[in-house]
Ligand binder design. Structure first.
Ligand code: SF4
Ligand code: SF4
Length: 499
């Protein structure tokens, strides 16, 4: 029976509740008045239930669809302004003992070269990433206790945080590794990870079991309950997602939101991020074997998610084309990867890239081009990690985010990290665009005191200082430090994203 507070996967992702929600959505989506009421509720920016979101998703009335897109855009603007956070994936190892039928790293694939980076190679990859301007990484590794034990992942995290290149470093390491036990999550937390990311792939248990025939990941319950164990182990920023194309998108939308409701009900904090990858071609994987999601539906899905979970950051990767990413940025996405390599060792050895890639990248532009493109589209590329450096994760971040107070420091902080990027890495054309954006955005900061602080710190960055963000305590009415909040857990400066 459906119970969002339950610790059991079959109760918080109750199959019958999903089916009932989809049936109600099919029935109610043509009810003009009901859809309007849901949109009115959504405009209060407190989110929607999975049942309400499913109704919006099914609604095909053109005038109401327009309202869905414009509401998504205005909610995005209210919580994230025009900031877009940038990160890069870092593939450590493609050894994997699982049998996921949609991933070329599956254990039975004998054609893909297997590779695992040494700590020395990780250092070189990180140097290459820092040299192009990245501050946040998402570490990826297959599940293989022999080749990629937890100790290897922890060593790699320490290696990454320890790299200094031209005075810069990686400030937040998010981790995307297989579901594990509470003790291991505790060790990851102690190693200073940012968000723990684990995609459900599909919430439909029957499909899940068919698509994951072998390996530890074939256990649906173990996988679906992983975020609860992560929370128990202290990883309070968790990132969920599905791989669209593995089951019906309507089922996945409801499943994602039920999972978010469960985390909120059980741990008092919903997911930090939701990722929305779609199935795409790779080594021995063809999209024709799956139920690929059309662009128009994908666009609407992102808009509905934005409305349903306003406080949750949304991520789209370089799987998507430049054109698709432009559409999605305007209706809900707050974080993108840029200049990505999806292969093991791909940032240092060009020819390895295609051989060991997990999926084909659609958007292959280098980071400088991505930054300039964002600026030209009137977005502020952000490398900000201030929240994490102030220990503001999990419910501490969410409560500040929900109060709206965080937005006082977000734009100035994003501008300061952009300024660092322009000073240290940008091409002349990107720098010109960036300076134009900084000048324009400063005039948009409504609070005079914050604007003055931002101008002063931007000047200091120009004079060579770094990491000069505004702290939440400096916001108007702030106390100098945030009451009840944990202060910097990590002196080495790794910072998480909070988007
Ligand atoms: S999706 Fe992850 S667990 Fe599955 S085969 Fe690929 S790397 Fe392994
Ligand atoms: S202050 Fe926090 S929420 Fe705002 S941009 Fe920086 S890291 Fe993100």
């Amino acid at each position: 029976m459906y119970n969002p507070k339950s610790a059991h996967a079959e109760e918080f992702i109750d199959h019958q509740e999903v089916l009932d929600s989809l049936e109600e959505a099919a029935r109610e989506s043509g009810n003009h008045q009901r859809v309007l009421e849901i949109l009115e509720k959504a405009a209060l920016c407190k989110g929607l239930t999975h049942r309400e979101a499913a109704i919006l998703m099914d609604c095909n009335e053109p005038g109401l669809e327009e309202k869905i897109y414009s509401l998504a855009a205005s909610i995005k603007h209210r919580f994230y302004g025009n900031r877009i956070v940038l990160f890069a994936p870092l593939y450590l190892s493609n050894y994997c003992i699982n049998g996921c039928t949609y991933c070329p790293y599956h254990a039975k694939n004998r054609t893909i070269p297997r590779r695992k980076l040494s700590q020395q190679e990780i250092e070189e990859e990180v140097r290459a990433l820092i040299r192009i301007g990245h501050k946040r990484l998402a570490v990826e590794a297959g599940e293989d206790p022999r080749h990629n034990p937890l100790e290897y992942i922890i060593d790699s995290i320490h290696t990454i945080y320890g790299v200094r290149e031209g005075g810069n470093s990686i400030r937040r390491v998010n981790v995307n590794i297989a579901a594990t036990d509470v003790d291991s999550y505790r060790k990851l937390h102690e190693a200073g990870i940012g968000t723990y990311i684990l995609f459900q792939e599909t919430y439909n248990k029957e499909n899940y079991q068919r698509l994951h025939p072998t390996g530890p990941k074939s256990n649906y319950e173990w996988h679906t309950e992983a975020m609860d164990r992560a929370q128990e182990g202290g990883c309070d920023d968790v990132g969920i997602g599905v791989l669209f194309g593995l089951s019906s998108y309507r089922y996945e939308l409801v499943g994602l939101l039920m999972h978010a409701e469960h985390l909120e009900a059980r741990w008092g904090v919903g997911p930090h991020t939701i990722s929305v990858p779609r199935i795409c071609p790779a080594d021995d994987i063809s999209v024709n074997d799956f139920d690929a999601l059309p662009d128009a539906i994908f666009h609407k899905l992102v808009a509905v998610l934005r409305i349903a979970v306003p406080y949750t950051g949304m991520i789209v990767s370089t799987r998507e084309s430049q054109r698709m990413r432009e559409q999605l940025l305007n209706c809900g996405i707050s974080q993108i990867s840029g200049g990505s390599r999806t292969s093991v060792g791909g940032y240092t050895t060009e020819e390895r890239h295609d051989e060991t890639a997990q999926f084909d990248v659609s958007d292959t532009r280098p980071l400088d081009e991505v930054v300039r493109w964002l600026l030209e589209q009137d977005h502020i590329p952000s490398f900000c990690t201030a929240c994490y450096r102030e220990g503001r994760t999990g419910d501490r971040f969410m409560s500040l985010c929900k109060s709206g107070k965080i937005t006082y420091c977000c734009t100035p902080n994003a501008l300061m990290t952009l300024k660092e990027y322009l000073m240290d890495y940008a091409s002349p054309a990107t720098r010109a665009e960036g300076e134009r954006m900084i000048a324009k955005s400063l005039t948009d900061i409504p609070e005079g005191r914050i604007r003055e602080i931002a101008i002063e710190r931007l000047k200091r960055i120009e004079n060579g200082e770094r990491q000069r963000q505004i702290h939440a305590g400096e916001r108007p009415g702030g106390t100098g430090s945030l009451a009840g909040e944990r202060i910097a857990r990590h002196d080495h400066g790794p910072g998480p994203e909070s988007h």
